[in-house]
Design a protein around this ligand. Structure first.
Ligand code: NI
Length: 262
């Protein structure tokens, strides 16, 4: 899959790009069924790969925004897809020849769910000691609209540093992060409705958001991440919003690691 020069320039200027098609209708159907199966069984829950982004996520409350990290670990048929081959080719065109697969991620917004994914930069979740240069390629497995929570971006924000963030609702038990003062930034947002199997591509510092799902069907999105190999930063950063977090998800991960060590 070859991007046109004006698409590459658009990405570098704006920090995001829309594609009408990155995979086939047939593959979207396959991905949908894998997806529903993984969420049905909460794949990766004990390993710390299943989480609810916007709630306290202790299993006592209804899920508002369930996600699975590394779903291809639990469904190997996700590895050899046209989507992944096309996405890698695109990543090399945008980041350079040493761009590599860095992980995958599944997000399911339940029907009539009030949870938005608040404005954030992905890098705000990551290790502040490392220099990262990554993109996420986000594919809806049904139409993505303003009604069900399509992607929205603030153009050009990938050229800024990581902005201060806080846990959603200022509750350090919640995994999800929100940039401080999102209202001031949201006025510049660009919404990206897509057909099933289309894609948005965004840089790890591009501010983005998806609204609540007000439709009667789940809004499924499958995301592949690519980046150049991370390296230690010369100047440290203080992501105090991560240092303050204390989540059930971190505890599940720590328990899984301790179990693996025994
Ligand atoms: Ni994000």
């Amino acid at each position: 899959m070859i991007l046109a020069p004006d698409q590459i320039e658009f990405f570098h200027t704006n920090g995001f790009l829309m594609l009408r098609e990155i995979t086939t209708a047939q593959e979207v159907e396959m991905l949908q069924s894998v997806y529903d199966r993984l969420f049905e069984v909460k794949a990766g829950r004990d390993a710390g790969d299943h989480l609810d982004l916007t709630s306290v996520d202790d299993g006592t409350q209804p899920e508002t925004l369930p996600q699975i990290l590394n779903p291809s670990k639990y469904a190997p048929e996700l590895v050899n897809t046209a989507f992944r081959a096309n996405a890698l080719a695109i990543a090399k065109q945008l980041l350079g020849p040493d761009a590599e697969f860095r992980g995958d991620h599944a997000i399911r917004k339940p029907p009539q769910s009030g949870a938005a994914t608040p404005w954030h930069q992905d890098e705000a979740y990551w290790d502040p000691a490392m220099e990262q240069n990554e993109i996420s390629i986000w594919v809806p497995l049904q139409e993505a609209t303003l009604q069900n929570g399509c992607m929205q971006f603030v153009p050009g924000t990938h050229r800024q540093e990581v902005l201060p963030h806080h846990s959603i609702g200022n509750d350090p038990r919640v995994i999800g992060l929100e940039v401080d003062n999102p209202e001031a930034l949201a006025v510049y947002s660009v919404a990206c409705p897509l057909p099933p199997g289309g894609a948005t591509i965004h840089h790890s510092r591009t501010l983005h958001f998806t609204g609540p799902n007000r439709s009667n069907t789940p809004r499924r999105a499958y995301i592949l991440m690519f980046g150049t190999p991370p390296k230690p930063r010369a100047t440290p950063r203080n992501f105090y919003w991560l240092a303050q977090q204390k989540t059930q998800w971190q505890e599940r991960r720590a328990a899984a690691i301790a179990k693996a060590d025994n």
